[in-house]
Design a protein around this ligand. Structure first.
Ligand code: SF4
Ligand code: SF4
Length: 185
C-alpha cells in the first residue's frame, strides 16, 4: 500500500480536539474578488470554494480569531483568510457525515502546516520523522549499490545492481514527493 495512504488511513482520529481551528483559519493566496471573477468565468473550483468559504471582513477579525495560528503562517500578511460556513458555534462541523473528502483526510500529510495546538501535532512529528528516516536509509542503500556498480566486473551483477538502483530511486522519489521543498532529509 502507498505509504502516505497507509499513514492517513491509520491516523488516530481521536487525536482531533475538535477545536475547529482548521475550519476557521483557511489562508489562501487568492482574494475574494479573484475567486469571484474566476467563478463568473465558469470555474467550478472557484464556485465550490465560494459556496463553502466566507472571507473575513478584515485582517483584524482574523487575528482576533486566532493570532497564534495566523502569525505562524508564512507570508500571512499576503494571504486572504476565510472560514468554512459549515462550522457551528460549538466548533463542530454541521455536515460532519457528508463533509468534503479533504476534510476527512485532514491533515493529509505529516508535513501539513497545522494550526497552533492541533491535536495531530505529535502524530505529525512522529510520522514525519519515520518518513525522513526511511528516506535516509534508502539513500544509504542507493549509495552502496552505486559504489558496488562501479567496482563490479560481472555484467549479470551489474544488471542486478542497476535494477536495484532504479527501484531504490523510485522509492526515494515517491517518499520525497510528499515532503515540502524546505525540509532537508
Ligand atoms: S485544528 Fe486539529 S485538533 Fe483542531 S479541529 Fe482541526 S484537526 Fe482537530
Ligand atoms: S466542511 Fe466541516 S470539517 Fe470541512 S472545513 Fe467545513 S466545518 Fe470543517
Amino acid at each position: 500500500m502507498d505509504m502516505l495512504k497507509k499513514i492517513i488511513e491509520e491516523r488516530p482520529q481521536r487525536l482531533c480536539k475538535k477545536c475547529g481551528k482548521c475550519c476557521k483559519i483557511v489562508a489562501v493566496d487568492k482574494t475574494y474578488s479573484e475567486f469571484k471573477a474566476e467563478a463568473e468565468n465558469g470555474s467550478q473550483d472557484a464556485k465550490d470554494f465560494l459556496d463553502t468559504f466566507i472571507p473575513y471582513p478584515s485582517i483584524d477579525e482574523v487575528l482576533k480569531t486566532d493570532r497564534e495560528t495566523v502569525e505562524n503562517i508564512e507570508d500571512w500578511e499576503l494571504k486572504t483568510f476565510y472560514r468554512c460556513k459549515y462550522l457551528r458555534d460549538d466548533n463542530l462541523c454541521s455536515i460532519y457525515e457528508n463533509r468534503f473528502e479533504a476534510c476527512k483526510k485532514y491533515p493529509a500529510s505529516p508535513f501539513t502546516d497545522l494550526p497552533e495546538g492541533c491535536g495531530f501535532s505529535g502524530w505529525a512529528f512522529q510520522e514525519g520523522e519515520k518518513i525522513k528516516q526511511s528516506i535516509r536509509k534508502l539513500k544509504e542503500e542507493l549509495l552502496n549499490y552505486e559504489t558496488e556498480l562501479k567496482t563490479s566486473k560481472s555484467s549479470k551483477e551489474k544488471n542486478q545492481l542497476q535494477k536495484l538502483i532504479n527501484i531504490t530511486k523510485g522509492k526515494i522519489d515517491r517518499y520525497e514527493s510528499i515532503l515540502p521543498e524546505y525540509i532537508d532529509v
